[in-house]
Design a protein around this ligand. Structure first.
Ligand code: AGP
Length: 637
């Protein structure tokens, strides 16, 4: 959701910022724009739609001579200080006018923004009373006018001009804003400086040599530097070519946390695949292996990444809540089965967006597990903060180093899955499952319910998964063919029991978000209580069947459910363990998956559903990596 890039250095900034925006496209956006400072001028361009529209507008103006009536002409390509933005509309439609950057009334200041300024109506009314004319419907424009006003006031008060003035003005503005925001700004009169600010919205600094960067996430500058600085909440950061200065909103010096990015630019490229999603599906064996890497210590204990909790804290836990959204919520649903089975601690799974509004019963002995690929999902962050206010302990499962959710948690297990660019989560889901299993084992071990050898046995089963996934992916072609056959189906239903139920929900979510088709996931036993009425002649129903070697009753029950729907005309697509002959008579299409213990089965049964959704979407001509209306990282509530 909204991508932000800033650059201060010695090279022409426009190309660097545009490349950064391209790498942030995956976050989801509907307009884009840039502002460049060159020769005492502020040059801006912005367009609704994809980056290509912005690039076309920029290339048209590059043929115009400087000094023409087109704002700055070719100079925009020469400036060495710039900010760039991809916007996911909140206040005001996705138009050229509402695209960022927003210029202030003085024409000298430009601002870009991610988040929502909640008191914007009040601020706008105040500015309008002062005679400021607004040209957009956005909340962001308030920040631009306020910043220009503060700069003018500080200059009039005789404050020395220069980068520090820009930072001082930004601090004043931040103190007036309510809500969540990342802001970047430049001033035509202060060349070589970009100021940034953050509250509850992502912003990271890239440390270069003779140049520095600001961005929503590290992928924007990964091709230039792998040294980054994590910012805290309510901080203002000023970058110039040679310096990075961080303060809090009151101007007190503050520091960020330096970190080195463990992957390179190629990890964020398509690498020969048509879509990032296909690449990320293919990366799942390695991603699962990476999540598992080094988790079992020599003494047989499970190692998390950051632990600010004692073993006694974990022994005191008497209730677990898992909070997450979307795909991460589905991984939490699977986790509930494993955690309750292994630890015997009651575990509830909650949609993060609902959690705090229903006033859950939380105290010191409650463990809240927040699952988030991005680590910036606002609903999950707010649920986490609510839990902390009630004194609960918080443990995060996250794929993004140093993101807000892990930073505010008492313990963290990073999934180490590498960058996930496609909006639809694939490897994030599988690695979150692995992380959940590890946490379940860790809790069971700390509480003395499982011995080291029992933990090691489950870890060994997990370690077999990368190979099983490789085998499964090698034989996935029939799923692709089936997808092409299903491309015009009016609806697809998914059913499962036990851990197969969240897998059914995940399969339906993938199809909805990518193929824009009606798809629903059901607990197979619930069908007869209503949803079976949806089944018509030829309705495709994907059935997730557990291993017959596991809980026999589960297997037999779902086989009965398959017979029930088949009797009503369903076209059954059965995902079952290799060698399970009992399902053959009831399967119009059989998708075999490697034999896997019941609790771990979602690691294999989900994969064909990812491929199915990806291929149906592609066959229907949709943008697989950036489905309509969606953002990768949902940083508003
Ligand atoms: C699913 O494919 C989506 N990308 C979405 O449901 C996602 O899982 C959800 O928005 C949560 O994101 P997070 O893991 O970054 O918190």
């Amino acid at each position: 959701m909204c991508g932000i890039v800033g650059y201060a250095g010695a090279r022409p900034a426009l190309g660097i910022v545009l490349d950064g925006l391209r790498r942030l496209e995956y976050r989801g956006y509907d307009s884009a724009g840039v502002a460049v400072v060159h020769d005492g001028e502020l040059l801006t361009e912005k367009k609704a739609g994809k980056l290509a529209n912005l690039e076309k507008a920029l290339s048209e103006r590059s043929t115009v001579e400087p000094g023409s009536d087109l704002d700055g002409g070719a100079g925009i390509a020469l400036g060495t200080t710039a900010i760039g933005h991809t916007r996911w509309a909140t206040h005001g439609g996705p138009t050229d006018r509402n695209a960022h950057p927003h210029r202030a009334h003085d024409g000298r200041v430009a601002v870009i923004h991610n988040g929502i300024i909640e008191n914007f109506a009040k601020l706008r009314a105040e500015l309008e009373r002062q005679g400021v004319e607004f040209v957009s419907d956005t909340d962001t424009e308030c920040a631009a006018h306020l910043l220009a006003g503060e700069l003018a006031r500080l200059r009039a008060a005789g404050e020395p001009d220069g980068p520090h003035l820009l930072a001082a003005a930004m601090r004043q503005v931040c103190q007036r804003l309510e809500g969540a925001f990342t802001l970047l700004a430049v001033d035509a009169g202060i060349p070589g400086a970009v100021v940034g600010a953050r509250r509850n919205s992502p912003l990271v600094v890239g440390r270069g040599v003779g140049e520095n960067y600001l961005a929503s996430d590290v992928s924007a500058f990964i091709e230039h530097t792998r040294d980054a600085v994590e910012l805290g909440q309510d901080q203002v950061v000023l970058i110039t070519a040679d310096d990075i200065e961080i303060t809090d909103f009151a101007g007190r010096p503050a520091s960020g946390k330096d970190f080195h990015i463990g992957w390179d630019a190629s990890a964020a490229e398509k690498g020969g695949y048509d879509y990032f999603m296909l690449k990320e599906i293919a990366e799942q064996p390695q991603a699962v292996a990476d999540t598992l890497l080094g988790r079992l210590t020599e003494s047989g204990e499970i190692a998390l990444d950051e632990v600010r909790l004692t073993d006694q804290d974990l022994r005191d836990v008497d209730k677990i809540f898992i909070v997450a959204c979307g795909t991460a919520y589905h991984s939490g649903m699977v986790a509930k089965y494993a955690i309750e089975h292994w630890t015997r601690i009651p575990c509830e799974v909650e949609l993060a967006s609902e959690f705090r509004y229903r006033d859950p019963v939380l105290d010191r002995s409650t463990l809240v597990v927040a699952i988030s690929q991005s680590g910036e999902t606002m609903d999950t962050l707010m649920a986490l903060r609510h839990a902390k206010e009630q004194k609960a302990r918080v443990l995060a499962i996250c794929n993004t180093n140093g993101a807000t959710i892990p930073r505010e948690s008492d313990a963290v297990l990073y999934t180490h899955g590498g960058p996930e660019i496609a909006v639809a989560s694939t490897k994030a889901f599988l690695t979150q499952l692995v992380a959940c299993y590890l946490i379940g084992l860790h809790l069971a071990q700390v509480r003395g319910i499982k011995y080291a050898d029992e933990v090691a046995a489950v870890v060994a089963q997990l370690q077999e998964m990368p190979e099983k996934l490789r085998r499964l992916l090698a034989g996935i072609e029939p799923v692709r063919e089936l997808a092409r056959e299903l491309r015009n189906a009016p609806q697809v239903l998914f059913i499962g029991r036990h851990v197969g139920f969240p897998v059914a929900l995940e399969g339906a979510l993938k199809l909805k978000e990518l193929a824009y088709m009606h798809a629903e996931g059901f607990a197979a036993g619930e069908l007869k209580h209503g949803p079976i009425a949806l089944i018509d002649q030829g309705t495709p129903v994907v059935c997730i069947v557990p291993s017959p070697a596991g809980r026999g009753v589960l297997h037999d029950k779902i086989v009965s459910n398959i017979q029930e729907i088949r009797a009503r005309g369903a076209r059954t697509i059965v995902i079952a363990e290799e060698g399970d002959r009992t399902v053959v008579p009831y399967a119009d299409h059989l998708i075999p998956v490697p034999r896997t213990p019941t609790l771990l089965a979602p690691l294999v049964t989900t994969v064909p559903l990812q491929v199915l959704a990806c291929e149906i979407a592609a066959a229907r001509g949709h943008d697989v990596d950036q489905p309509r209306n969606l953002a990768k990282s949902v940083t508003v509530e």
